[in-house]
Design a binder for this molecule. Structure first.
Ligand code: NAP
Ligand code: HSE
Length: 431
């Protein structure tokens, strides 16, 4: 074997970055594996599109079997995205005993259990460092560096596009639409950006993190998920007034053989480490029982940061092939099916923004409904130009710790009141 032969499924933002990185650092990478890493074939939809100059046009194909049925290939790198076609191709590669690398969190969230089981059965590796956190080595840290510890909980910013948009809105007053367009132009967003701003991408990544952190195999659709599209400029202003910034979070906590997993925008204290993770940066703040707190951060999207993680995986699986230890890393992944707890069982502090008519007795009705459900108030402000005639104003309440089911029950009582002008906005506060 003179070289390690790679087949790419996809050669867009990430695949292009992989081709460039392999070419830029060829000598160093060859030295690490003991063999040259050569991209032999790349599957694309439109061969006429502009691609990295390092990839000869003869390597491009629109026929998947030219990659999947090529016995000379050692490693298949799936960077095409989507779930169902990618699943078929990855299963086919695994069954042909190829080492597989993927950056595809949707694929892992929907079919990860099946793919890991199949890789174990066929004695090959399925590596997926780039699927969460772009260029940050989160998967390696959870799988290897912290293998001796138990992760009790974590909170992360794991969608670069959402963080980019919120940062642009908060710091530069940019509109949501302009910030999203810029994220798309820079190659951060998914092909379908509603996955980013609607929380779906973070949900898929959280399902992958749960596999590594808690050994949990969850159905990603069971993860309670909220995106950033419902946030309004006034929420940023009011959060700031209470000493917080709003961040797009994914959180996990292990308890009693199950786990809490949530995706939502949340208020983060301005002096907390995650509050200062801006732009496209991602971060994971985790707590290990033995280790204590640990923060990992870096660029969470884009061609070259993501390519760094994909190529790190290519190096690992190529070396395993050269050394004759294929499949060992994946054998170590033990997964137990788990159902994440529902929101109603969550406990925390809440930001509640009521849009109500400014009439006598309204505050008493709100605080009464909360009090009836044992939800205690920590701070309260009224904002807006109400008058005695009943113009709508914002009343914002920050609660003490409460059960989320109780908060929801109080809100549904309040929603029925004739003093409510618009639906109440609920945001969680990061502890
Ligand atoms: P992209 O720019 O849209 O590239 C997708 C590539 O796959 C393109 O080359 C496309 O061909 C090809 N492709 C897609 N469907 C195909 C099909 N059915 N048959 C043949 N070729 C097909 O996407 P990307 O941003 O590189 O993302 C790729 C994967 O990496 C996704 O799973 C994404 O979630 C993940 N990821 C992305 C980032 C990021 O920052 N962009 C970071 C981490 C992980 P054409 O070029 O001809 O259209
Ligand atoms: N669309 C993703 C994001 C790419 O914005 O985080 C990185 O996975």
């Amino acid at each position: 074997m003179q070289e390690i032969r790679l087949g790419l499924l996809g050669c867009g933002t990430v695949g292009g970055g992989v081709v460039r990185l392999l070419a830029q650092n060829e000598a160093r990478l060859t030295a690490r594996v003991g063999k040259k890493l050569t991209v032999v074939r790349a599957l694309v939809r439109d061969p006429k599109k502009e691609r990295p100059s390092e990839l000869p046009a003869s390597a491009l194909t629109t026929r998947a079997e030219e990659v999947l049925a090529d016995d000379s290939l050692d490693v298949i790198v799936e960077v095409m995205g989507g779930a169902e076609v990618a699943r078929d191709y990855v299963l086919s590669a695994i069954r042909a005993k190829k080492q597989v690398v993927t950056a595809n969190k949707m694929l892992l969230a929907l079919h990860g259990g099946e793919l890991v089981a199949e890789a174990k059965k066929h004695g090959v590796d399925l590596a997926f460092e780039a699927s969460v956190g772009g260029g940050i080595p989160l998967i390696r840290v959870l799988r290897d560096a912290l293998a001796s510890d138990r992760i009790s909980h974590f909170a992360g910013i794991i969608n670069g596009t959402s963080n980019f948009i919120l940062t642009k809105m908060q710091r530069e007053g940019q509109s949501f639409e302009a910030a999203l367009a810029e994220a798309q132009k820079r190659g951060y967003a998914e092909a379908d950006p509603t996955l980013d701003v609607g929380g779906g991408d973070a949900k898929h990544k959280l399902a992958v993190l749960a596999m590594l952190a808690f050994g949990a195999q969850v159905a990603s659709d069971d993860i309670p998920t909220e995106g950033i599209t419902e946030l309004e400029p006034i929420d940023h202003v009011l959060a700031d007034r209470f000493g917080f910034v709003i961040k797009p979070l994914a959180t996990g906590r292990a308890h009693d053989g199950t786990c809490d997993l949530f995706v939502h925008p949340a208020l983060v204290k301005k002096d907390a480490p995650l509050a200062n993770i801006g732009d496209v940066m991602n971060a994971l703040a985790l707590t290990g029982e033995a280790l204590g707190p640990c923060l990992l951060s870096g660029r969470g999207a884009g061609d070259m940061p993501t390519a760094v993680s994909v190529v790190a995986d290519v190096l690992d699986v190529a070396r395993a092939k050269v050394l004759g230890v294929m499949g060992q890393a994946t054998q170590a992944l033990a997964l137990t099916p788990m159902k994440p707890s529902p929101r109603s069982q969550a406990n925390g502090r809440y930001y509640l923004r009521f849009s109500v008519f400014d009439r006598p007795g309204v505050l008493a009705k709100i605080t009464g409904a909360l009090g009836d459900r044992r939800v205690s108030i920590e701070q309260m402000v009224q904002q807006g130009g109400g008058d005695a005639d009943g113009t709508a104003v914002s009343v914002v309440i920050l609660t003490h710790r409460a059960n989320e089911g109780d908060v929801a029950a109080a809100l549904s009582v309040i929603a029925a009141g004739d003093f409510v002008a618009r639906p109440t906005r609920l945001l969680r506060v990061l502890d």
